[in-house]
Design a protein around this ligand. Structure first.
Ligand code: C5P
Length: 210
């Protein structure tokens, strides 16, 4: 059976960069599950609805199409907030469950998100929980925004991130938390290369791939 690798953690801890590189190194498909919640949030906003409204969010999740994940407006503060709102609605999470499980069924996969190791794939062969201090994560996100030519105030970025993480961790449905058997990787003082090497070494001990 092809391996399933779960990479969870809070915003801007380095999950996406790490997961993408692990996937390409091991020749596995990669899914950024945050995009699913972002796309649902966008659909609700497009329809003029409130992302915190369960009926609107459930309907948007049930009618999600693969091409919604390719939209160019799934990042930025408005999309961040809409994603975190729809993500706390149990019906939305239920509607997205099969998509995530089906994605990995054939060839295995690397998935990054918040609940991959706890809810989506509790039996994943390797689980990582990637973290970094809040101010460091805010600095990384701020640099990323600047790299895209977007001016942002670093303290506002940090406060938005703090609120989103708190909401993700406090929600009743699949809260952000490390699985008991996850390897905890704190990247606060690591660059992307160092984080990749540590993560790959751990994953290899779990799945025995070269
Ligand atoms: O990872 P990303 O920042 O793109 O995720 C956006 C939002 O989607 C998160 O703040 C979280 O609320 C939600 N999410 C989730 N479960 C996942 C992935 C993302 O609840 N597996």
């Amino acid at each position: 059976m092809k391996p399933i690798i779960a990479i969870d953690g809070p915003a801007a801890a380095g999950k996406g960069t790490l997961a993408r590189r692990i996937a390409s190194t091991l020749g596995l498909p990669y899914l950024d599950t945050g995009l699913l919640y972002r796309a649902v949030g966008r659909r609700v906003l497009d329809a003029g609805g409130d992302p915190a409204d369960a009926a609107s969010a459930d309907a948007a999740a049930r009618s999600l199409r693969p091409e919604d994940l390719d939209r160019s407006d799934l990042r930025g503060p408005q999309a961040d907030a809409a994603a975190a709102s729809v993500a706390s609605i149990p019906g939305v999470r239920a509607a997205l469950l099969d998509f995530q499980r089906d994605f990995a069924v054939q060839d295995g996969a690397v998935l990054d998100g918040r609940d991959i190791g706890t809810v989506i794939f509790p039996n994943a062969q390797a689980k990582l929980f990637v973290t970094a201090g809040l101010s460091e994560r805010a600095r990384r996100r701020w640099l990323e925004l600047r790299g895209k030519g977007l001016e942002a105030d670093i303290l506002t970025v940090e406060e938005d991130m703090r609120q989103r993480d708190a909401k993700d961790a406090a929600r009743a449905a699949a809260p952000l938390k490390a699985a008991d058997d996850a390897y905890q990787l704190d990247t606060s003082t690591m660059d992307a290369e160092a984080a990749f090497q540590v993560a790959l070494a751990f994953i290899r001990t779990r799945i025995g791939m070269i």
